[in-house]
Design a protein. Structure first.
Length: 88
């Protein structure tokens, strides 16, 4: 879990992606924006956080940053792109 804490700390503020759940804008008419669909990577991260006891302690935007960081590192190390079905 220390790895996840370090990844979350290092990513906070340094990576801002408009496609993350925290970057979604609310429509001008005041209606709620539709929830972003979760890919398999996000679902796995949710399960890991919930089972480890960090489920309520890590915000959705930080979870998205952690999974984005993991995907970027995988792509950097292997040179292969991850299918958007698994991680977008």
């Amino acid at each position: 879990m220390d790895f996840l804490k370090k990844a979350a700390d290092s990513m906070s503020g340094s990576h801002n992606n408009a496609n993350t759940a925290g970057g979604a804008a609310q429509p001008a008419d005041g209606t709620a924006a539709p929830a972003q669909q979760k890919d398999y990577g996000d679902k796995i991260a949710d399960q890991l956080f919930n089972r480890s006891g960090y489920g309520n302690k890590v915000s959705e935007s930080n979870r998205e940053k952690i999974t984005d960081f993991a995907r970027e590192q995988y792509e950097k190390q292997t040179g292969k792109k991850v299918d958007p079905k698994y991680s977008n």
